[in-house]
Design a protein around this ligand. Sequence first.
Ligand code: TAP
Length: 450
Amino acid sequence: MSAFTVVDPSTAQPIVTLERASIEEVDAAVARAVVAQRAWAALAPGARADALRAFARVVEEHVEELAQLEVRNSGHPVSSARWEAGHVAQVLNYYAGAPERLLGAQIPVPGGIDVTFHEPYGVVGIIVPWNFPMTIASWGFAPALAAGNAVVLKPAELTPLTAVRLGELALQAGLPEGLFQVIVGSGSVVGQRFVSHPDVRKVVFTGSTEVGVDVAAGCARGLKPVTLELGGKSANIVFADADLEKAAAAVPGSVFDNAGQDCCARSRLLVQRSVYDRFVELLEPAVAAWRVGDPSDAATEMGPLISAAHRSSVADFLDGADVAFRGSAPAGDGFWFAPAVVLAAPGDRIAQDEVFGPVVAVLPFDDEADAIRLANDTIYGLAGSLWTENLGRAVRVSRAVRSGVLSVNSHSSVRYWTPFGGMKASGLGRELGPDAAEHFTETKNVFYAT
Ligand code: TAP
């Protein structure tokens, strides 16, 4: 066992010291989960639905507490943190509808009856990053539980507090002991043990592409399915025929939200050359107006970065870069970083690598084909936006960009009832939407001879 300290990123002050779980403790948790899962899967679907609705209700009753905890632990602005906590309750309510709708098929065969069943995997291991600790956890645990699995959840060491509280709230809501366990510890110990443990039959990993590849390789050795939600370098494409004022006003929210620590951040801004200068001009006041500061203030739009180490990795990207202008950031001990707009060329590191900070690279393009080529000029394929008033162009470009989640004249990416996930190096599999509970089951086919 070893201890680590959780820090408030807006003050750099310690909040609490926690113990890291050992491999033996992970194994004991998985053993409890195996027992709990058998009883859970044997319940009537309606009873599982009721239990998830009860969990949702308790989360709803604790939205303010969870939000305040996230403000301290992650530096999220309180208005975002309230949305995130409410979103967890919505995701639970949505997947509470799934147990009674996991329908198999009856397939015509000669000499009998053929039926398919959606069987839960058993124990699902969920590994979560630090950028959206509550919401991303819920995208895994709600459908996994709905489908009849038990869950062991590992939050990131930087941001474990809301996940630990959700584990307590699950018990308070009456979920059985052992069914949903939150295990605090390092990725290399707890996360790796989820990957290697023979009784963890499916893994959901959200985090960097580098670690995701290792997790997938480990899962392949254990022949277990894995869902990967990884990095991104999403394009925000602005055509000359767009509503330029509207598109420019939306840029800060599309890339500086959560201080750019967002896998869907539209961190490459592609602007048609004929309106490039005008658009950059429109951008400057929008960036200046972006409110960076105390996350507990309801008017704040952006808080600090998550850690000192992360801030220096973001700052490295500005070394030698052509910074057009920056927004503001408070002075003080927190891990503050003023948003930056950088003029870039396609091959620049800042136009290729995920910064995961409030930095946007602006690149010009000539025509529709050039825009598509540039948008796809990345190893990633998670999200993206395009701005145009031409419907045909919107259809052509949205079909040609290799990304899992796109929005036209908008930068919205996440709705719990629509599928979410990445192409290429951004991931494997999809979360959310109507099919996610089914992804936590494997199909059994049974033939009954008559
Ligand atoms: P990572 O360093 O990859 O960590 C993610 C999680 O994996 C943490 O809980 C971490 O634990 C754990 N982990 C680390 N090494 C591991 C290993 N060898 N085996 C198993 N688990 C391990 O990512 P991060 O820095 O926290 O998050 C940022 C990245 O996540 C960005 O690339 C971002 O784009 C991506 N992300 C993607 C999405 C979607 S939905 N596509 C959403 C959010 C974030 P500890 O850190 O506690 O050791």
